[in-house]
Design a binder for this molecule. Structure first.
Ligand code: B12
Ligand code: SF4
Length: 468
């Protein structure tokens, strides 16, 4: 039996087509979900993983498979349906799973033969057996997997042409920020894989650099932090010689021992969600962990950087409290914090989130011609009615934020400080130039977007500005 596992592309991802910019090749990450599914697949299946981000394959030239499995984030849904339609036209059954299939079950069910909701571990073997006997059910409910019993991912099934391999050591997040899908999808319970299994899987990754995909590698409670320390100790002991980047909350900065162990275990960069420059903004989205009184964010960032770890900060534009000037405000604050890179995104109601429910009930979802409009749900396009910013204004805020943070003097200052502090100057240079080179391409993409979608955005009755 032959199985194709497909990760569809979205040409709008990061706005820039990967091949358009040399720097953006560094954005190519290995799709872990499909390697995990492959790891769960019993012997007897010949598996091919297709990552369309590496270039669209010539499907008609490939042998006809017995089953196709497609993964998709919401932004990939359109392309997922195109691929599904092609294989179904050949009579090949298609199953879809992942975050979009879980959050938009009805839409997906209409377009594929079978849908897996939630985590696949508990149902994948059964589904494959059903496929073998041509009795696929329309739906399999995966729920949440037993974290102590995950199969290692098949890291060998994709080429090593990626800048980063990928691994997952925990699932779930208790924080449930309004814009984020993780708590709904993976649960509020922070589940940690057994450390020896993580170390074993790390060893099987061929890439030198690895993205630890956990939404928060260190967790929020003292027992989570202790586990993170134990993991880092085990990684040091195993002498993995990997360099890795991860996502964490700002409390990463609060424990010197944790930072020292992370650095020793190979941590070279951390993505942290700062989200909003104001307390009202943080309250609006429910990012409680950033609301801790008296936190000095600049000092926290500096503490992390002292361990030779780069800090990439993420902010959101478009909160109800955001007014004209927010872009400059974010750029100034991010520079003040001393962030190595800044990633600013538009507030985006993703299906299944609290924000989606709220915006839907307020009739504020502007791009709602689904499934076509899903391709704009990359967080790099405005897709909703923003309370105090018109379409033109919010785009201007994004452009001015990036122009300001990635202005040449600021880039040079950051790169110089990374040389001075011996904090990976080359990566800092590449990262800054990559973001800077996007500004021009973003401008063209926004101009086209504005022309095509201006009419979908109308002034809210209580908005302070108009879209005219
Ligand atoms: C790593 C990651 C990335 C990597 C992706 C690398 C890659 N090529 O896969 C990068 C950095 C590129 C990325 C980019 C984006 N991401 Co991202 N990302 C993640 C993250 C942190 C982990 C994903 C992961 O690898 N998990 C580990 C695997 C094992 O879990 P899994 O994917 O859920 O797979 C399991 C099940 O879903 C299921 N399953 C999955 N696929 C399939 C397929 C079949 C056939 C079956 C049966 C089952 C199945 O089985 C698996 C095992 O249980 C998630 C958060 C999260 N916790 O999921 C966000 C997340 C997926 N990203 C998100 C978003 C919004 C984006 C972006 C659009 C915007 C952005 N700037 O972040 C872009 C666009 C990407 C695109 N291609 O369009 C959202 C998606 C929400 C949504 N509704 O789509 C998430 C959920 C984060 C959030 N805050 O809500 N991301
Ligand atoms: S944004 Fe981060 S902290 Fe908030 S719920 Fe999502 S994963 Fe958790």
């Amino acid at each position: 039996m032959t199985l194709y596992l497909i990760n569809p592309s979205n040409p709008l991802v990061s706005i820039v087509n990967v091949s358009e910019s040399r720097w953006n090749r560094y954005r190519v990450w290995k799709p872990l979900s499909l390697m995990v599914l492959a790891g769960l697949t019993p012997p007897g299946w010949k598996i091919t993983i297709v990552d369309e981000n590496l270039g669209p394959p010539d499907y008609p030239a490939l042998p006809r498979p017995d089953l196709v499995g497609i993964t998709a984030f919401t932004s990939q849904a359109n392309r997922a349906y195109e691929v599904a339609a092609y294989f179904r036209s050949l009579g090949v059954p298609v199953v879809m799973g992942g975050i979009h299939a879980t959050m938009c079950l009805d839409e997906v069910s209409e377009r594929v033969d079978s849908v897996v909701t939630g985590e696949a571990e508990s149902v994948w073997a059964e589904l494959l057996e059903d496929a073998r006997h041509r009795r696929l059910k329309p739906r399999y409910e995966g729920g949440r997997a037993d974290i102590n019993d995950l199969s290692p991912a098949r890291h060998d099934l994709l080429p090593t042409r990626y800048a980063f391999g990928a691994i997952q050591t925990t699932r779930g997040c208790p924080l449930n920020c309004s814009f984020c899908s993780v708590t709904t999808f993976n649960g509020a319970q922070y589940r940690q894989r057994p450390i020896p299994e993580v170390v074993r899987e790390f060893r099987s990754i061929r890439e030198k650099r690895v993205l630890v995909v956990d939404d928060n590698l260190i967790g929020t409670r003292p027992k989570h932090i202790d586990r993170a320390k134990d993991l880092f100790r085990a990684m040091v002991q195993a002498d993995l010689r990997k360099q890795w980047v991860a996502q964490a909350t700002i409390n990463f900065a609060d424990d010197e021992e944790l930072l020292a162990l992370a650095a020793k275990a190979g941590c070279r960069g951390v993505f942290i969600g700062f989200e909003s420059p104001t307390q009202e903004g943080l309250r609006e989205i429910g990012k409680k962990i950033n609301l801790v009184k008296d936190r000095d964010f600049r000092a926290s960032v500096r503490r992390i950087q002292r361990h030779n770890i780069l800090v990439v900060g993420s902010f959101i534009i478009g909160l109800d409290v955001d007014e004209p000037g927010i872009g400059q405000r974010i750029a100034a604050l991010a520079s003040h914090y001393g962030l190595d890179n800044l990633n600013t995104l538009f507030l985006t109601p993703l299906p299944g989130t609290r924000l989606w429910d709220q915006m839907k009930s307020e009739d504020r979802i502007a791009l709602d011609a689904f499934p076509e409009d899903w391709r704009y749900y990359t967080l790099t396009f405005p897709v909703a009615q923003y309370k105090r910013l018109s379409l033109d204004e919010i785009i201007e805020e994004m452009v001015s934020c990036n122009r300001s943070f990635y202005s040449l003097p600021r880039v040079l200052r950051r790169v110089w400080s990374s040389v001075w502090q011996r904090r990976q100057p080359l990566i800092s240079l590449v990262g800054n130039l990559s973001y800077r080179s996007n500004i021009g391409v973003d401008g063209e993409a926004y101009a086209k977007f504005r022309r095509q979608h201006h009419d979908s955005f109308r002034a809210l009755p209580n908005a302070t500005t108009s879209t005219a």
